[in-house]
Design a protein around this ligand. Structure first.
Ligand code: MTE
Ligand code: HPA
Ligand code: MOS
Length: 761
């Protein structure tokens, strides 16, 4: 099946929040946000803004009737700043006017007096001052302290890991339409409709049922709309509720870039101990997560970092700790991988350091320490697949790793100003929300009398192909044609208390819920068919290609006839069903349990050519073996692998978030923030699926695919490092990302740069 929305996208007909016809009386909101990273608000003057022709109102925190603080995990974030501002871009007031241009003009007339305070931007510094969100956490396996004594080699290092902008095509936005009484209908570009619903209700002091949130689709979310879409929906809702008029709030690209949080930068200290042969005996890591000014999802992101700190390796003794450190940056948030990528980068850095010290290829250290079936993770769960070793071996074999290694060695021996490098990147990613309670979903299925089918789930289509995969599953379960199925918008009135679309589990959870609903309807339809055919056993009835079969033999009944007859015999043709992932749980007091339903594994080989005079580089190839289970839709899944890879490669290399010392984002437009484009992508991308891997948790044996492939991109850092080493064997190269061409050049010529600097001074 092709993507069911592709035709709408290609024709420009796909509907987003602000595509529905505009109500005549709609007002447009714009946000006045803090220009400083830290300070006390002395005064706020909105008179000039209000006086502007076409301005309807200016709202501040004083206009919020209910709760003014929000946050899904810790409600510490003001919807609008009150006495204090703690990051550049923090909303202080909302202006509504007849047009968005008028509202923005009015925003520029607001004057604010702040007493500036020095901002804290460095997570380690925040940690030392005790600015910690939640509690620091530590996972332990084995006996770390005694293990150091068994080691032949112990190395320490620090990683300085950059953040990442989500760069969804559709910026943050919401449109809110007042309804009868106090009720509001909210169209929000959110991954988390229920969070928007309950937060708006709390803000206005209303019950949840007063707020209906509807999401047709997103122009990308990538985690940036899991928590952070809520704020903009709230501000639009406040204005709509106060004015009793429809209000739309759409951030411009620049506003979105400087006002919203990003992937967390981390500073992580590691210490690793190995035997002479390269067996890793012990690993210790401390993650200082740069959380930004409020909790957001930081503690959950940190938790996933702890889970993935040893990535795809078995290490008998580990101590993994981390803290979410409060700084004066915009609150950082979910971004594809959700803390996993940072943790895996540190692990790979430690292995690189070991390989360099032992004078061995990095791949050899990696491969001898890979997890195998039954191995324990530091959090107690055991690996239920041999996918880590299987995908590595498969990649080594089908892509002829030994030949790649020899070819690159030869290339480097015969080239001076360009060098090549390669790296293998294994990934083992846990599937489930780490907060066990979130692993639940429901679905609502209607069969209409004409045989057409309406499906609503709690999952949001955000480009990842969810609605196509849900439709695939419905077609398969019902045994009817795809033109019969309509995937409805995600709506809090049709589906209550939904989890966000996140953690790559949306098809798993919502697909299973829908299959349960379909099962109920099918059981009823089969009873009707059995009665009509005069047979006893409904289980011997099947529906295939819209034909009703009995014992595998065609009858003269079709889907249309059966549905129409079921209706006339008063059969319920609708079902709602609920699914909760079985067998998972985690004890945070012991930091042990079975947090994940299963793990997704894979391995990627990344090959690069580096221009050592310019610092620029080209990605020659990325060759992947990825475990998908039995794919529901191989085309969609391939797209997810490629897209995740692109985002991972960009994060490691060219996506460079620059803040100045006052906490102001300098790379706040697309001429200064570079994201991968088609020219940046590898010349060759090979993807091989391990399709024979069974999965008993996913629908029809499928596996989650959204996030794990991002981490293949980490390989490029180590491929580049190898090329740099080939040029400058004794160079001191930091484990700092992104490894931009500029940074490559500075590291290759560090000695020369130092000399020049000294001669100038
Ligand atoms: N793919 C596209 N095209 N757009 C997106 O916003 N988000 C990613 C991933 N793939 C995203 C995407 C993220 S962060 C997650 S968690 C998953 O999709 C969520 O969807 P799923 O649970 O259906 O995989
Ligand atoms: N992954 C993604 N999003 C989440 C998670 C998670 O584990 N927990 C809460 N939100
Ligand atoms: Mo994805 S970061 O879990 O939205």
């Amino acid at each position: 099946m092709k993507r069911i929305d592709a035709v709408y996208h290609v024709r420009g007909e796909a509907e987003f929040v602000d595509d529905a016809p505009r109500p005549a009386e709609m007002l447009y909101a714009a946000v006045f946000a803090s220009p400083v990273a830290h300070g006390a608000i002395l005064s706020l003057d909105t008179a000039a803004a209000l006086a502007l022709e076409g301005v309807a109102a200016v709202y501040t925190v004083a206009d919020i009737p209910g709760q003014t603080l929000w946050g899904s995990i810790i409600a510490d974030q003001p919807l609008l700043a009150k006495d204090e501002v703690t990051y550049v871009g923090q909303p202080i007031a909302v202006v509504v006017g007849k047009t968005a241009a008028i509202a923005r003009q009015a925003v520029n007339r607001i004057s604010l007096q702040v007493e500036e305070r020095p901002p804290v931007l460095d997570p380690r510094q925040a940690f030392e001052r005790g600015h910690i969100i939640g509690s620091p956490r530590t996972f332990v396996l084995g006996d770390v302290d005694q293990a150091w004594e068994q080691c032949d080699l112990i190395l320490e290092g620090t990683c300085d890991i950059g953040g990442q902008e989500h760069l969804y095509l559709e910026t943050q936005r919401a449109r809110v339409i007042p309804q009868e009484g106090q009720a509001l209908r909210v169209y929000s570009a959110t991954q988390n409709p229920y969070a928007a619903q309950r937060t708006i209700a709390q803000m206005l002091g209303l019950p949840n049922h007063a707020i209906e949130v509807d999401v047709k689709r997103l122009g990308g979310g990538f985690g940036g709309k899991e928590e952070q879409a809520t704020l903009w929906a709230c501000l639009a809702a406040l204005a709509a509720w106060r004015t009793h008029q429809p209000v739309e709030l759409v951030l411009s690209r620049q506003e979105d870039l400087w006002m919203t949080g990003k992937r967390h930068p981390y500073i992580s200290d590691f210490k690793i101990g190995v035997t002479q042969e390269g067996k890793i005996l012990v690993y210790e890591v401390k993650h200082y997560q740069n959380a930004g000014a409020y909790a957001d999802l930081s503690t959950a992101v940190l938790e996933r970092s702890l889970f993935h700190s040893a990535n795809a390796y078995f290490i008998p003794n580990v101590r993994i700790s981390g803290a979410s450190c409060r700084t004066n940056l915009p609150p950082n948030t979910a971004l594809r991988g959700f803390g996993g990528p940072q943790a895996m980068f540190v692990m790979e850095s430690a292995i690189a350091q070991v390989a360099e010290a032992l004078g061995r290829p990095r791949g050899e250290i990696q491969s001898q320490n890979l997890l195998q079936l039954g191995d324990a993770f530091p959090y107690g769960q055991r690996l239920q697949t041999d996918g880590v070793r299987q995908t590595w071996r498969e990649a080594e074999h089908i892509y002829r790793l030994a030949e790649i290694r020899d070819r690159i060695a030869q290339y480097n021996a015969s080239h001076f100003e360009t060098k090549q490098g390669y790296a293998v990147m294994p990934v083992c990613f846990g599937i489930s929300f780490t907060a066990t309670f979130m692993n639940q979903a429901s679905a609502l299925v209607h069969v209409y009398t004409d045989g057409s089918v309406s499906v609503t789930t709690g999952g949001v289509e955000m480009g990842q192909g969810l609605s196509t995969k849900i439709a695939n599953l419905a077609v398969k379960a019902f045994g009817i044609g795809e033109q019969r199925i309509k995937i409805e918008s995600t709506n809090t009135t049709r589906i209550a208390n939904m989890s966000p679309t996140a953690a790559s589990v949306t098809t798993d959870l919502n697909g299973q819920a829908m299959l349960l609903a379909i099962e109920q309807i099918l059981a009823r339809l089969k009873s009707v068919a059995a009665a009509q055919l005069g047979v006893d056993d409904p289980d011997r009835i099947a529906i295939i290609n819209e034909q009703i079969l009995y014992d595998g033999q065609p009858t003269d009944w079709t889907w249309d006839r059966l549905v129409a007859t079921a209706f006339l015999t008063r059969t319920n043709l609708s079902a709602h069903a609920f699914y909760a992932t079985p067998g998972i749980g985690f004890d945070r007091t012991k930091e042990k349990g079975t947090p994940f339903a299963y793990h997704v594994c894979g391995a990627a080989i990344v090959e690069v050519t580096l221009d050592c005079l310019r610092g620029t580089y080209k990605i020659d190839a990325v060759k992947i073996v990825h475990d998908l289970g039995r794919s529901v839709n191989p085309l969609v899944d391939r797209g997810q692998v490629e897209g995740g890879l692109a985002q991972g490669l960009g994060w490691m290399t060219i996506e460079d978030l620059q803040f100045n010392e006052k906490g102001r984002l300098l790379s706040k437009d697309l001429s200064t923030y570079k994201a991968p484009d088609v020219f940046f992508m590898p010349d060759e991308i090979a993807i091989q699926f391990l399709e024979d891997m069974e999965n008993t948790t996913g629908p029809y044996g499928s596996k989650a695919v959204g996030e794990p492939p991002l981490m293949y991109g980490i390989g490029i850092f180590f491929a580049l490092r190898q090329a740099m080493r080939a040029f400058k064997p004794q160079g001191e190269f930091a484990f700092a990302s992104p490894l931009t061409p500029e940074r490559v050049l500075c590291e290759l010529y560090a000695d020369e740069l130092k000399e020049i600097a000294e001669s100038i001074s």
